[in-house]
Write a protein that binds this ligand. Structure first.
Ligand code: 13P
Length: 247
């Protein structure tokens, strides 16, 4: 079994207007030879324009969340089918900002993953422990529990990735040690193999949380790290390219 193709995805979160697409185009223009698949996940309002701007490049476009239902009376929400229709190829699901801010349980995330598959989107499923959970030495238990609860059986045979994002490392400048990252990634891989057999070896396990050009090489070369989910440092083409170039 060959190792998974690395994925480096930028999560713009609630940042970006039309003028920001220059950064996405900068990534496409500056992308040299890389073994990674590269994706940019802008806010939903920009998905269609980003997809159009990146059409001629290998840079993929993703959404940041979707509703489990395909349509209906859900004011303000976006369906997986709508993201796909706008040109998205991937979707981030279960980000800690949604789990914590919108009370998304593992079951809700799993239903969204099924919706993504129904719409032909490749899910990037986020998991990660809080600082309290890490201090209580519960990181592995929490993260593998989220993996088991958030990944539905429907993922068998499908392309997907898991992003390990320790909540305390997001937007803080703090990162776990390489040994801590490896310990969690190895545990996630074991859970994936337990759930999906050999297919569990084909999913990339991304690391996310304060990844920047200066720490990217060490993180990206750690055991079982198959790429990165990048927040703040994906907003500027130069920084994002620096991370991609570190692979
Ligand atoms: P930062 O890279 O800004 O820490 O954000 C990480 C993240 O949440 C990506 O989804």
């Amino acid at each position: 079994m060959t190792s998974p193709t690395p994925l480096i995805a930028g999560n713009w979160k609630m940042n970006g207007v039309a003028a920001s697409l220059i950064e996405a185009q900068g990534v496409a223009a500056g992308l040299g030879e890389t073994k990674a698949r590269v994706a940019i996940c802008p806010p939903a309002t920009l998905v269609e324009r980003a997809a159009a701007a990146l059409k001629a490049s290998p840079v993929l476009v993703g959404g940041q969340d979707c509703r489990a239902e395909a349509s209906g009376a859900f004011t303000g929400d976006v369906a997986a089918e709508m993201l796909a229709d706008a040109g998205a190829r991937l979707v981030i699901l279960g980000h800690s900002e949604r789990r914590a801010g919108y009370g998304e349980s593992d079951a809700v995330v799993a239903a969204k993953v099924e919706a993504a598959l129904r719409a032909g989107l490749e899910p990037i499923v986020c998991v990660g422990e809080t600082l309290e959970e890490r201090k209580a030495e519960k990181a592995l238990e929490v993260v593998t529990g989220q993996v088991r609860g958030s990944l539905p059986a429907a993922l068998a045979g499908q392309a997907f990735s898991v992003a390990y994002e320790p909540v305390w490392a997001i937007g803080t400048g703090l990162t776990p040690t390489t040994a801590e990252i490896e310990e969690v990634h190895v545990a996630i891989r074991a859970a994936l193999v337990e759930l999906f057999g050999d297919h569990g070896k084909s999913a990339a396990i991304l690391y996310g949380g304060s990844v920047k050009p200066s720490n990217a090489a060490e993180i990206l070369h750690a055991r079982e790290v198959g790429g990165a989910l990048v927040g703040g440092a994906s907003l500027k083409a130069e920084d994002f390219l620096g991370i991609i170039g570190a692979l």
